[in-house]
Ligand binder design. Structure first.
Ligand code: TYD
Ligand code: MG
Length: 453
């Protein structure tokens, strides 16, 4: 069958029936790439039966059409298992452990009598087996295929009829419908589309592994993110053993859910108590260090916020650096500290960091940021075994945040004795069963400051 192709600009998406050196849309050079013209192809139209509108109440319950993973942490990040017929993209830098994670999941599926097809376009069967031996793959129905041609992969998948499909990696596979090379945006998109169709038609969950660049973009495919149902990111520092798996997009569950693993001699091991893990190396009685009880996905996490305030060498434009916190929000908080607590930072560099490479994107960390900065500036440590949470407004008021009880319980479970909380959260806390620790409610930053220092 002859496939009609179209040329699409990788930068702006402009379509052209023929190749052009310069995109008429955005004016960039050499950005037009060939793609199968799905929009006009009759095959694409006949692939699904024409849909008809259904009355809302006639639509059958679709929950529970999931298969559970033995790995509880992975399971949770997926929103409670892998949804049948869904396409999951797992992105991460080379060497981070994507193949390991999915081979382990395949092992578990196979051990439960599920037929799994693990396709690798990167490694030979012998190499995969070598890894499998370390991971303790047993003799369940796990099928391996080393292949890079998409059409042959789909043909094999139709023969094997797996209940779970893994494709490692999307950049190493190519469709013969296109003349462009593997890993280009057009190939990556075509591969995703065909696997998507396979997953939907056969009602199997399919996992795609994708390499991402150091800058963090899923290579080529911003365009992939809207095709797939779930985007997971697997990240961590090369020289640390821990890895964080988190959801960027999930059509079937919450995003910002995260799981932490440790890479060891026998593969990835879930870390069930992340708070303890991230506080493990916390210095005690050091100025500038504050523990915040934050919420990540559905679970509370204790993280350490560190501030370092030191006199600047850049007179006139001191440095403001943040890692793991929102930069603009932090600038705002610094302004609040100056105005409401009367400190001047004009001659100081300020560095803020969340220890362990965690990112915190909720305002509930505001109070911790404020206290960390003041603690470093005054060179006075925050009393140990004290955790805080609370949003800070522009008038310096400390505002209530969600899930105060979960935050308190997490702090109590790790041996914290005192928690500074927003006054507004007290009512909710009194209703629930507060764990046995000292709760200090504050109305504004000035009160928090007096209380702590
Ligand atoms: P891998 O899964 O191949 O990474 P990716 O598919 O993301 O490129 O894993 C890479 C690293 O993990 C590799 O450096 C070896 C290490 N590793 C372990 O430390 N323990 C193990 O049990 C396995 C299988 C791998
Ligand atoms: Mg790999």
């Amino acid at each position: 069958m002859k496939h009609r192709t179209v040329f699409i600009c990788q930068g702006c998406g402009t379509r052209s029936p023929k190749w052009l050196g310069r995109c008429p849309g955005c004016g960039e050079w050499n950005t037009l790439i060939e793609e199968v013209d799905e929009e006009r192809s009759p095959a694409a139209e006949s692939a699904f039966a024409p849909a008809e509108p259904l009355r809302y109440s006639d639509i059958k319950e679709t929950e529970s059409q999931r298969i559970e993973l033995d790995n509880q942490e992975f399971n949770k990040v997926l929103g409670g298992g892998a949804v049948l017929g869904s396409l999951v993209l797992i992105g991460g830098e080379p060497g981070i452990g994507k193949s390991t994670l999915l081979l382990q999941a395949s092992r578990d599926f196979a051990a439960r009598d599920r037929r799994v097809l693990y396709v690798s376009g990167e490694e030979s069967l012998a190499q995969i087996k070598l890894r499998g031996d370390r991971l303790g793959v047993g003799d369940g129905a796990l099928y391996l295929l080393a292949e890079t041609n998409l059409e042959r992969i789909v043909a094999q998948a139709e023969k094997v009829r797996p209940q779970v499909l893994v494709l490692d990696s999307i950049q190493s596979v190519y469709s013969s419908k296109l003349s462009s090379s593997p890993g280009t945006i057009s190939q990556v998109r075509e591969v995703a589309n065909q696997i998507f169709r396979f997953a939907k038609t056969n009602q199997v969950p399919a996992f795609l592994i994708g390499h991402i660049t150091k800058e963090g973009s899923l290579a080529g495919p911003k365009s992939l993110e809207h095709i797939v149902d779930v985007v997971l990111l697997f990240e961590g520092e090369r020289d640390h053993s821990y890895r964080i798996l988190r959801a960027l997009k999930n059509r079937f569950g919450p995003v910002s859910e995260m799981a932490i693993f440790e890479m060891g001699g026998a593969g990835l091991q879930a870390i069930p108590n992340p708070s303890a893990f991230f506080l493990k190396e916390r210095p005690t009685d050091e100025p500038g260090s504050v523990v915040v009880s934050t919420i990540k996905g559905s679970r509370p996490l204790l993280a350490e916020i560190q501030a370092l305030v030191s006199s600047t060498l850049f007179v006139g434009s001191p440095r403001r650096m943040t890692i793991g916190l929102d930069h603009f929000r932090t600038s705002m908080l610094l302004a609040v500290v100056e105005k409401k607590l009367g400190f001047g930072f004009g001659g100081e560099d300020i560095y803020l960091n969340v220890a362990g490479g965690v990112t915190i994107d909720e305002p509930a960390a505001d109070l911790a940021v404020v206290l960390a900065v003041v603690s470093s500036l005054k060179n006075r440590p925050i009393p140990s075994r004290t955790a805080v949470f609370g949003e800070v407004g522009l008038s310096g008021e400390v505002r209530s945040v969600g899930q105060p009880l979960a935050r308190l319980k997490e702090a109590a479970s790790l041996g914290f004795e005192r928690v500074v909380v927003p006054q507004g959260n007290l009512v909710q806390l009194e209703k629930g069963e507060t764990p046995s620790l000292e709760v200090l409610a504050v109305r504004d930053v000035r009160q928090a400051f007096k209380l702590i220092f």
